[in-house]
Design a protein. Structure first.
Lengths: 472, 110
């Protein structure tokens, strides 16, 4: 190894260390931005070092430079544009898209490397095995993430798409991965095995994500994130670059942890979600019995709620995806500010699966100027509900249903927010429709609960206006 | 290319997973979206692989693959970091007033 190559690899090591420190700084909102900047700086350094390495090796053709620079500039411009323009509600789609391109790039690297070796037949399993894995994982991530992004954007149906033979295909395709991988390892020069593997993996990405419902997207995005990380790490094995292995595995660990957290928050196994057919987004017929006679709900008006809020000393907001769907986070932020200025203690109870990706609701609220000190995680906020004078539920359903504490229904055992323990409860909702689980919410028939039937955006502005009258 | 032996590569692989788990378990749920988007930009390091492939290409097929990989990788890196920064900028400990002075200071330092 010559001096330049040596120096470059020390730079890579430093960059990898900065990635770890950058992620470490993410453990508090105060330092997180600095962490991201550190990580970005390290990435820029690593890229510059690679340019130095390529110049030093000097095997690159002028066409190679053209490809490198034009591709880089085009990609950077696209990424910059997407990152600047995206709405915060569309963040899950964008993250999926970046996931897709990351996985795609990793797969292409393995394809490129296997095709361009001078003596492909002589390649050992040391390169061909991670190469094959890189292609499989990268291509599955690419097509899977694109489908997930399409579902989130509404281009592909958010409901689980199940076609005849889908289950069979989901068994056959992974089996062909094993066969294709073995083939490629035994005969690394076989282009049929190479392209076959790419096609089968792309297909599997589609058939894996299509049957998964919109409400399960937080799990899917996290899982695909873990996949991309692994694909990048495999590319690191192919290219003999530890920097790729370290960075890839950091991401993989992050995606893995988030997948586990999301699945736990839904009280479902990851396998159960991947098999799909649950998060339909439609109200499936209810199977759980809610105790016989049609329960009475108490309907309340904006003025009733405003009085309660204005005279409360502690209010907890419980936002769910419905809030984001109605684009009402700014109205909620305004209402909260009016209350805070009036001296009411305001906080937000955020369930882990509120939104379409892990932590999505927090970003939406932060965008609406909600200070992060008011954003409470489930375990921290649950003990606070008994002290809350009013719990205001906006667009959240299943995660507030006390029925989850009892066995024998669709959401049994799912961790929920203890909204029913608040002194009084107000639910803003358009109708008595069901949540994703398709069962009745006992919270709505609780005598302490008032139902404010309205659109979230309209209802919250009315509340703000009404509260404004009382506190003036 | 440096010749990395398999054992070293696997050691790095295993230790990286452990470090990742250790560091990431400490991130609060509030920041999970920026974490995911930030870790997404970290796997943008794949762009380095794309650059190395571009450097070794000598066929049209190779150039095409390298070009697409470059576009994808660069998009991943640049977009990922920019959007993560955009999100993290919004997380404030108190409601944002009109352009706080600290913000201007930070910009001046850069």
């Amino acid at each position: 190894m010559d001096t330049v190559s040596n120096a470059v690899h020390y730079i890579f090591l430093a960059a990898a260390a900065c990635f770890v420190m950058g992620l470490h700084l993410m453990n508090h909102p105060r330092t997180a931005r600095r962490g991201n900047t550190l990580s970005a700086g390290a990435m820029a350094l690593a890229i510059a070092a690679t340019v130095w390495l390529i110049m030093d090796e000097n095997v690159i053709s002028s066409t190679g430079w053209l490809v490198l620079i034009s591709g880089g500039v085009l990609g950077a411009a696209l990424g910059l544009w997407a990152a600047r323009e995206v709405q915060m509600t569309a963040m899950p789609q964008l993250v999926s898209l970046f996931n897709a391109v990351g996985g795609g790039a990793a797969a292409l690297i393995a394809v490129g490397d296997l095709l361009q070796t001078d003596h492909p037949a002589a390649l050992g399993a040391r390169v061909s095995l991670p190469g094959a894995l890189d292609i499989v994982i990268g291509a599955v991530t690419f097509s899977g993430s694109l489908i997930a992004a399409g579902k989130l954007q509404g281009i592909v149906s958010g409901a689980p798409v199940v076609f005849p033979g889908a289950r069979l295909l989901n068994v056959l395709l992974p089996a062909s991965f094993v066969a294709g991988t073995a083939w490629l390892v035994l005969a690394p020069d076989s282009q049929i095995a190479l392209y076959g593997l790419v096609v089968v993996a792309l297909l599997f990405g589609v058939t894996m994500v299509l049957p998964i419902g919109g409400a399960d997207m937080p799990v899917v995005i996290s899982l695909l994130n873990a996949f991309t990380g692994s694909a990048v790490a495999m590319a690191g094995f192919v290219l003999d670059e530890t920097a790729l292995i370290i960075a890839g595995m950091l991401v993989s660990a992050s995606g893995g942890i988030l997948t586990k957290l999301m699945a736990d928050a839904m009280n479902r196994s990851i396998a159960n979600i991947i098999v799909g057919g649950f998060g339909t987004g439609d109200s499936a017929p209810a199977t759980a019995d809610t105790g016989g006679a049609p329960a009475q709900v108490r309907s309340v008006s904006a003025d009733d709620v405003a009085i309660q809020l204005a005279y409360a000393s502690k209010v907890i907001f419980v936002p769910g995806y419905g809030l984001a769907a109605a684009q009402a986070q700014h109205e909620l932020g305004d209402l909260a500010k009016t209350l805070t200025d009036h001296g009411v203690d305001v906080s937000y109870a955020v369930h882990p699966v509120a939104g379409r990706m892990p932590g999505h609701m927090n970003v939406l609220l932060a965008e609406a100027n909600v200070p992060y000190t008011q954003l409470k995680e489930m375990d921290d906020v649950n003990p606070e509900f008994p002290q809350a004078d009013v719990a205001l539920v906006i667009g959240a359903n299943d995660v507030t249903n006390p029925i989850a504490r009892r066995p024998g229904n669709a959401i049994s055992g799912m961790p929920i927010l203890d909204v029913d323990k608040a002194k009084s409860i107000v639910v803003i909702k358009r109708s008595m429709g069901h949540g994703y689980a398709g069962i009745d919410n006992e919270l709505y028939t609780d005598p302490k609960t008032g139902m404010f039937f309205t659109d979230a955006k309209k209802g919250l502005s009315e509340l703000k206006a009404a509260v404004g009258e009382f506190v003036r | 290319m440096n010749n990395l032996d398999l054992l070293t590569a696997i050691t790095v692989f295993v230790l990286s997973v452990l470090v990742g788990i250790e560091v990431i378990s400490k991130v609060p749920a509030t920041l999970h979206t920026p974490l995911m988007s930030g870790s997404n930009s970290v796997h943008g390091i794949v762009v380095i692989g794309a650059m190395l492939i571009a450097a070794e290409s000598h066929t049209w097929l190779g150039y095409t693959l390298a070009f697409v990989a470059m576009v994808f990788g660069a998009m991943n890196v640049v977009g990922g970091y920019v959007v993560t920064d955009r999100m993290l900028e919004m997380f404030k400990s108190r409601p944002a007033t009109e352009k706080p002075a600290a913000d201007t200071l930070e910009k001046a330092e850069v």
